[in-house]
Ligand binder design. Structure first.
Ligand code: CDP
Length: 203
């Protein structure tokens, strides 16, 4: 049976970890839709025209090296503002959402544009400072050298671009459960998310 869980929110709010844990808990598949935009952004940095890159995207492109780097994140949010890029990625995401056995999709516009009929919707957020701190530590953990102030600046820049674009801007769906993880550790955030999805499943 199909059951779609939409998890949206700004950069480094904890969406990825929460989505993986929710998918594991319910035995659902998980699609990190940010990877689609990162793969297109990565190709743009290599000189490929972004609309062509999005139309020709293949599964192995999602495994390209360096997709988690800050440069690719900025490139992703630039290509994500191009309506033809977004349009090229819609069918794949919708098909995944309706796969048998349930699906968790995390991104920016899953509850608003890709799957407005999702059975459960969460909007995961946290203050920019908390998110930048988490991303800073994540990057250091991967051996990527940077400064906290730089990460904060990049987080703000990307939030602004994602929230102000004309096509599918980042915003909570009206019927989303908003989960602010600023003061929650990851276990607590996951527990809240699972409880919210459990309530939606009971409806
Ligand atoms: O992991 P993080 O939250 O930093 O970023 P991500 O989810 O991998 O997304 C990278 C960029 O892709 C975002 O800044 C958005 O501009 C774009 N994106 C989008 O527009 N729509 C989505 N459904 C997912 C990502």
């Amino acid at each position: 049976m199909a059951f779609t869980i939409a998890i949206d929110g700004p950069a480094a709010a904890g969406k990825g970890t929460i989505s993986q844990a929710v998918a594991r808990h319910f035995g659902f598949g998980h699609l990190d839709t940010g990877l689609l935009y990162r793969a297109v952004g990565r190709q743009m940095l290599d000189g490929v025209e972004p609309v062509a890159a999005a139309r020709g995207l293949m599964a192995e492109d999602l495994e390209a090296e360096g997709l988690r780097s800050p440069e690719v994140a900025q490139a992703a949010s630039k290509v994500a503002a191009i309506p033809e890029v977004r349009a090229a990625l819609v069918d794949f995401q919708r098909a995944y959402a309706r796969r048998a056995g349930g699906a968790v999709l995390d991104g920016r516009d899953i509850g608003t544009v890709i799957c407005p009929e999702a059975e459960a919707k969460l909007f995961v957020t946290a203050s920019p400072e908390v998110r930048a701190r988490r991303r800073y530590e994540e990057l250091l953990g991967k051996g990527i050298e940077t400064e906290y102030e730089t990460v904060l600046e990049e987080t703000r820049e990307r939030d602004h671009r994602d929230a102000t674009r004309a096509d599918a801007p980042l915003r909570p769906a009206e019927d989303a459960v908003v989960l602010d993880t600023s003061a929650l550790d990851i276990e607590a955030a996951v527990a809240h998310a699972i409880a919210a999805v459990g309530r939606a499943r009971a409806d």
